[in-house]
Design a protein. Structure first.
Lengths: 113, 113
């Protein structure tokens, strides 16, 4: 079965640089969620999109922005990177109109040096 | 606000031992409850879920019952295997327009032969 695809899987950036993370949801899933998991921490919700509109917002820094495109893939843009942004970034997708079960991708490991 | 409290790990068990990982929650309304598992270097996999009081979720020998009176969703397995070694996260989804997951801190389980 098709799963959530995230790219890149690993990314190394320097402080103050920008990064773009991509997420391709499971086919026919119209909702995308982004989570950040610091080392040894639980995942923290950042933001979600439903039908290309922002549907919910969590603890996403102002330096980060995200959007969902017409093909339902989503991108998380991160600017002015800080050392504390080093984390695993997960994307999850779910179909609407049901139990809203979220299926997670393998994550993008971002390292800021 | 919503929160999830899990028993702290790490938990080390011998193969075929009985497993219990405690999880309690605080939430308004009637949240849905989930257990996710994260194997080393991988993303989060949905293990089981329950959407209303007294529901029992089960999968791969794992079970958890949604207890509204004690606000708990403890994970159990009668006989663990080495392959069950992973980090287990309890999570809730409030619903009613908010579908973000709120996770517990995670419990690392190690099963030794």
């Amino acid at each position: 079965a098709a799963g959530v695809i995230q790219s890149p899987r690993h990314l190394i950036k320097e402080k103050r640089e920008t990064a773009t993370l991509k997420c391709y949801p499971i086919p026919r899933h119209d909702t995308v969620y982004w989570y950040q998991q610091g080392p040894g921490q639980d995942p923290q919700f950042l933001i979600s999109f439903y039908e290309k509109m922002q549907s919910d917002k969590g603890s996403i820094p102002d330096r980060f922005s995200a959007q969902q495109f017409s093909d339902y893939h989503s991108e998380l843009n991160m600017s002015s990177l800080e050392l504390g942004d080093s984390a695993l970034y997960f994307c999850a997708s779910s179909p609407s109109g049901g139990s809203y079960e979220q299926y997670f991708g393998p994550g993008t490991r971002l390292t800021v040096t | 606000g919503n929160s999830v409290t899990q028993m702290e790990g790490p938990v080390t068990l011998s193969e075929e031992a009985f497993l219990t990982i405690n999880c309690t929650y605080t939430a308004t309304g009637y949240p849905s409850l989930f257990w996710y598992v994260q194997y080393p270097g991988e993303g989060l996999q949905l293990l089981l879920k329950a959407t209303k009081a007294d529901d029992k979720g089960s999968n791969k020998g794992f079970e958890a019952t949604y207890r509204k009176e004690t606000t708990s969703f403890h994970l159990e397995k009668g006989s663990v295997q080495v392959s069950d070694s992973a980090v287990y996260f309890c999570a809730l989804m409030r619903g009613a327009g908010s579908y973000q997951l709120t996770f517990g801190k995670g419990t690392k389980l190690s099963v030794i032969p």
